[in-house]
Design a protein around this ligand. Sequence first.
Ligand SMILES: O=C(O)CCC(=O)C(=O)O
Ligand SMILES: [Fe+2]
Length: 373
Amino acid sequence: MAAPNPSHPPIPVLDLSQNFSSSDRSSLLTQLQDALFHTGFLYINNHGVNESTINNLVDKLPLLFDLPPELKNGLSKMNSPHFLGYSGYAEETTLGKKDLREQWDFGSDVPAIWNCRAIHPEAKGIDNYERLYWRLRGPNQWPPEDWISGFRDAYMKYHAEIQDLSYRFVHLVEEALGIPVGTFDSFWKGEMQPQHRIKLIKYPPRSPIAKDEKEEQGVGAHKDSSGWLTFLYQVGKEEGLEVLGSDGKWIEAPPVPGTFVVNFGNAFEAATEGAVKATVHRVKARSPTSSPRYSIPFFQGLPLDMTVSEIRSYIPQFVRNLRAHGKATDGVSAFLDSRWDSLGESQLRKWLRSHEDVGRKWYGNKVVEYYLQ
Ligand SMILES: O=C(O)CCC(=O)C(=O)O
Ligand SMILES: [Fe+2]
């Protein structure tokens, strides 16, 4: 079999500079519609995020991960009810198995707003955890400047530019769906702006004495559940990302210079009743002889208290009818379950599943068991 050519992946590459030339716009929108209703994955280039902004953050990644373990562990997610901070190699679980990656989670730098009285069980009934999700929101754990000079600044610049791209790109998605541009703006422009999240990830070469490669995962197959859209930057030439095609075969999504990979989260799939899929993807474990792979996904946040029915009310019926195949409930069951109807609850459930130890510490065994059942 011929090796895949990284410059011509089967996943479409959309040139966003076409957005500014009226003659090319309709072809851009057609390509976007095709991506929305088929693979649910696409690359974008000429996206407007400055190369220097990307490189400034990328240059910090090896330094950040090479900090001594005791310093990194001092900023562990275990310190944070917001699941922000560092997690060491194989500390995260997907599909019940350990992911062979190390990561730092950061987000929009916002203060914590949750207080225990707001969700006191006596006020809400013992099994009603619906407002606990506000505790997900909170400040970052920053590595001090003398550990890694310029990191916070590089992160903040990247965050600002990718956030801006995400808002611009959502306008294009609205146009491609045939709904008024700005329909979703209220998600982000309200009184309390949602917290967007960014993961800084390192996939190191796996140990040679470990199990067979096929049994191991960089990150296991999943749909993104932390946001509306995801914008992923793949650093360098290291491959490993794979996307599940509608025929059930894995499609490689190698890095393409100058691009971000875009995909849609669980909430988008639930809102469109599956017309736009939250496509399943995974990252293979690195072979023992390979170089580390770094990646930077940005998860576009949503108001945590929004219910699936509210979010669905933004999507006209004609869009929901565009679902090509399958039933409305295909793959969106966790979002349609009335026990965790709000996006906040779905996200809390996801975090408790992937970092159960952090969950048990900050949310208690009873809450963890309620959401993990
Ligand atoms: O590292 C990657 O390329 C993808 C990571 C990913 O899918 C995730 O963290 O949700
Ligand atoms: Fe993902």
